[in-house]
Design a protein around this ligand. Structure first.
Ligand SMILES: *Cc1c(COP(=O)(O)O)cnc(C)c1O
Length: 486
């Protein structure tokens, strides 16, 4: 070992900041050009093998100057992003980022705090952000709240609390095998796959998640739900929780939240709402009515990295009963005791979820909300819905296109469908249309299958999209469709 008394002691900080300061300033300038010029670039492009191979270079043993490192990044990863900040990216359901949020992420990293707990400025700011999210969702100010990596984990947090409360035993101590009756959870056939994953991880298993059929608008069928619950009771299950989708991932359909809340209250079930897509409709003047009843949920998952455009990642779990939320996760090792004063005073944020070490992701949400104001985010949500309505109108106006699901929010499902073709041909043609549009860098639609019918899917969660971008998409689908179908 080196003798620390005589060696020159090292640090990761430079002796002279001049060079690093210059590169950092250049990064900020380049970042602004990158965002300001996004419309002029391809929505996506494939990364060539030469670049892939550069990203398989071995572990650097010795360091290099930052301007060289930065150049390496610019030429490799930075040149081939996913594209979700592009105005014509409508794949899956992703936010488009925002510069205020990006600055927040940078400053959070500079601050460097670990938000697992304690009595720090960043922890207080985190609580302010979750307080704002509760207010936006119509949740009580004293509800439990946790910023998570994303919606999958936020949903799991809610479902863990639901399982523990509904088990009727000290589940943390005794485990699922001590439950007197098996628990059953209910979600519509259109619910997100993260719920199955959660049930598997929770030790309840996939069979404990019963899929409820949907009506012709792809919303949970309440009659079918009531029948399923009664049937399960008679068969010895303990009906525990209804997972309502406030915006399904396939089509954006919204389950009847008020009716589900009434049903859960009458039947003594936990009411969990997956609001990863649509919870933020609550801040949109036009969209708000679609999610009436959201604030009645026992637990709610939402995703600020979707319609609030937080740079990835930011999810949030809210649980009405703060004690139940805390009771599901609190645990302190002897090295982590709360104190009456000092750095470890106050409740730990980590008492509300699985992560002990937690990043300062609240800052990117805080900065964007302070800079733009919540009203603007609400207007942008309504703008996306209006753009989706325009696209649906265009599809209805084209004889060669077919709308494949009702357009309710910002999701439009449609396909190129000349008469007389079977399902296999239509799938092949529309998959090819999608891939050619992506590969040309024109736009990024994705696809899905609804009731056995394949289609293109456009989710406009994008504050940069213009109506003319959607018109271009329609023209390209028609043009390529004619080519492919021959
Ligand atoms: C995106 C999404 C999820 C999962 O959220 P992640 O942030 O991707 O983990 C869950 N449910 C719905 C309805 C979603 O749209």
């Amino acid at each position: 070992m080196r003798d620390a008394r005589h060696a020159v002691e090292e640090t990761l900080d430079p002796e002279d900041w001049t060079e690093l300061r210059a590169v950092a300033h250049r990064m900020v300038d380049d970042a602004i050009d990158h965002v300001a010029g996004v419309r002029d670039r391809a929505a996506w492009r494939d990364m060539p093998e030469t670049v892939h191979s550069r990203l398989r270079a071995p572990l650097p043993v010795e360091g290099a100057p930052m301007d060289r490192v930065y150049q390496d990044y610019r030429e490799t990863s930075a040149a081939y992003p996913m594209g979700n900040i592009h105005p014509r990216f409508w794949g899956w359901f992703m936010g488009a980022g925002n510069f205020a949020g990006a600055l927040g992420d940078f400053l959070a990293a500079i601050d460097g705090s670990n938000l697992g707990g304690g009595n720090t400025g960043p922890a207080a700011l985190d609580r302010q952000v979750t307080g704002w999210l509760k207010e936006m969702m119509g949740f009580p100010a004293d509800a439990g709240a946790m910023l998570t990596s994303g919606g999958s984990v936020a949903n799991m947090v809610g479902l863990v609390v639901a399982r523990n409360v509904m088990s009727g035993i000290d589940l943390r101590e005794r485990g699922v095998r001590a439950m007197p009756q098996p628990l059953r959870f209910y979600g519509s056939e259109q619910m997100h796959s993260c719920h199955q994953k959660a049930m598997e991880v929770l030790g309840l298993g996939n069979t404990a998640l019963r899929r409820i059929p949907v009506d012709d608008r792809l919303r949970m069928d309440m009659g079918a739900l009531a029948r399923a619950v009664a049937e399960d009771r008679a068969a010895g299950w303990k009906p525990a929780c209804v997972i309502a989708s406030a915006g399904t991932v396939n089509t954006g359909s919204v389950d009847p939240l008020e009716e589900i809340a009434d049903f859960c209250a009458a039947e003594g079930l936990w009411n969990h709402v997956d609001g990863c897509i649509g919870a933020l409709l609550a801040i949109a003047p036009g969209g708000r009515a679609l999610v009436k009843g959201l604030g009645r949920a026992d637990s709610l998952a939402l995703d600020p990295h979707k319609w609030l455009h937080a740079p990835f990642v930011a999810g949030c779990a809210l649980v009405r009963d703060r004690r139940a939320h805390f009771g599901a996760f609190t645990l302190h090792g002897e090295y982590l005791q709360e104190q009456a004063r000092g750095l470890a005073a106050g409740e730990f944020l980590a008492d509300y979820g699985m992560d002990l070490s937690r990043g300062f992701q609240a800052l990117k949400v805080w900065m964007a909300l302070k800079h733009h104001g919540v009203a603007k985010f609400g207007r942008l949500i309504d703008q996306n819905i209006a753009q989706a309505a325009h696209l649906a109108d265009r599809v209805r106006g084209e004889p060669l296109l077919a709308l494949m699901a009702p357009q309710v929010i910002n999701v439009v499902c449609f396909r190129y469908a000349p008469e007389g073709l079977g399902e296999d041909d239509l799938r092949r043609i529309n998959t090819e249309i999608m891939l050619r549009i992506q590969e040309a860098g024109t736009a990024v639609p994705t696809d899905t299958t609804i009731g056995g019918q394949h289609c293109l899917r456009v989710a406009i969660t994008n504050h940069r999209t213009r109506v003319s971008d959607l018109d271009l998409l329609v023209e390209e689908v028609l043009r390529i469709g004619r080519q492919v179908a021959g």
